[in-house]
Design a protein around this ligand. Structure first.
Ligand code: FEO
Length: 392
């Protein structure tokens, strides 16, 4: 993608990755992604904000072909999808000074072999003039690494937010052209990347509310010409209040667990509780992460495999524990052949979830009338708990 203007003196010069389908060998990318870098020019001086993934070296260096001198390379984040080409850019521009937080300095030296003498560290709130414009650096640790900062540009009032407010979405337009992106790609990104750091996100959102922001330019996905909808969405997602929703990831090998899941889905729907079952035979874990952003209750469905939960279920429970969603309740439903330790083993996988555990239902073989009655009671309990919290 060629350089695309944000305004009279800022261009997007990063790369769109239409074809990438997996990030960190874990996260599905159904819509590809982008690695955004921004070139700021003022009164003959030039700064580059972030680089791109090394796989897109040709694109970034091609977009910088007409840039003869670079005063500053600002690194908001040390993860390699944004920092990976810093060595190449510093090699091309021997006069350029690399600007980052003190914590990022050590990481950039360790991960990329950057020479310390090329680096200028900036304190939280420190400013840096570039011709007629000014950068202000705001340290924002744990969105989602400890060294991260965002860069605010005056007088344009653009917030270069790094991963914060990002979305894995490939598109040719530089700006958001369809706000459904917020509830799809941006929410997916929040669920997968930011949700474990919800309390940090809350603090950073409060701090940013005091800043006059005209535009948000993240490091993945399109730029927000209107920052209000994405900031409002983040405040909702990062809030402490879940919604009247139940998520049921499950596996059924011979049909017994599926009978319990089907019964629970039906009972919850009949009590006006929104419910999303995810058959883990074929589930996009990004969709599951989106569902966990809002859910009040997680019900895990699994048969016994070698007396424990099915490994695919255990993997998703492990992931849910790592993502730290704002769940209030957890239960387990499932089935076994001759013996099991399903409940103990799943309980051991969720130390991060500060939840009330509702009574599990594990049937021996096909669910009997008493098991189905227990599922009805579980649905009633969930509906009552949600109502007591006033969940919408
Ligand atoms: Fe997009 Fe944390 O890197």
């Amino acid at each position: 993608m060629p350089p695309r203007p944000l305004n009279a003196y800022v261009d997007a010069v990063g790369a769109v990755d239409w074809d990438r389908r997996l990030f960190d060998s874990l996260i599905p990318l159904p819509d590809g992604t982008s690695y955004n870098a921004y070139l700021v020019r003022s009164e003959g001086r030039t700064a580059l904000i972030d680089t791109v993934d090394p796989a897109k070296r040709r694109v970034l260096l091609g977009n910088l072909a007409g840039v003869e001198r670079l005063d500053y390379l600002i690194a908001n984040h040390a993860e390699q999808d944004h920092s990976g080409l810093i060595p190449d850019v510093l090699a091309r521009y021997p006069e350029a000074v690399l600007v980052c937080t003190p914590k990022a300095k050590g990481m950039l030296v360790d991960h990329l072999g950057i020479t310390e003498g090329r680096i200028k560290t900036v304190a939280d709130g420190e400013t840096l003039a570039l011709g007629g414009v000014t950068f202000e650096f705001l340290h924002m640790p744990w969105v989602h690494w400890p060294e991260t900062m965002v860069t605010y540009l005056r007088p344009a009032k653009i917030l270069f937010s790094c991963d914060f407010f990002g979305a894995h979405a490939a598109q040719s337009d530089v700006f958001v052209h369809d706000e459904s992106l917020i509830d799809l790609a941006a929410k997916r990104y929040y669920g997968e990347i930011m949700m474990p750091f919800r309390t940090s996100i809350q603090k950073h959102l409060a701090r940013l509310s005091g800043l006059d922001i005209a535009m948000i330019a993240p490091s993945h996905g399109p730029v927000y010409a209107d920052p209000v909808p994405i900031m409002a969405a983040y405040r909702d997602w990062a809030s402490e209040t879940p919604k009247n929703e139940v998520v049921i990831p499950y596996i059924s090998m011979h049909g017994s667990t599926a009978i319990l899941v089907e019964r629970l889905v039906s009972c919850l729907a009949g009590r006006a509780v929104r419910v999303q079952p995810f058959n883990l035979d074929d589930t996009d874990i990004g969709k599951l992460a989106v569902a966990l952003v809002d859910a009040a209750t997680l019900v895990v469905g699994t048969p016994a495999v070698h007396i424990g939960p099915h490994p695919r279920v255990a993997s998703v429970v492990f992931l849910a524990n790592a993502l730290r969603p704002k769940l209030k309740f957890v239960s387990i439903i499932g089935s076994y052949g001759w013996g099991h330790k399903i409940v103990d083993q799943i309980a051991g996988l969720i130390p991060n979830l500060k939840v009330e555990v509702l009574p599990p239902i594990i049937s021996r073989g096909l669910p009997k009338p008493a098991d189905l009655a227990a599922v009805d009671a579980l649905a009633e309990t969930i509906a009552a708990r949600h109502a007591a919290l006033g969940l919408k």
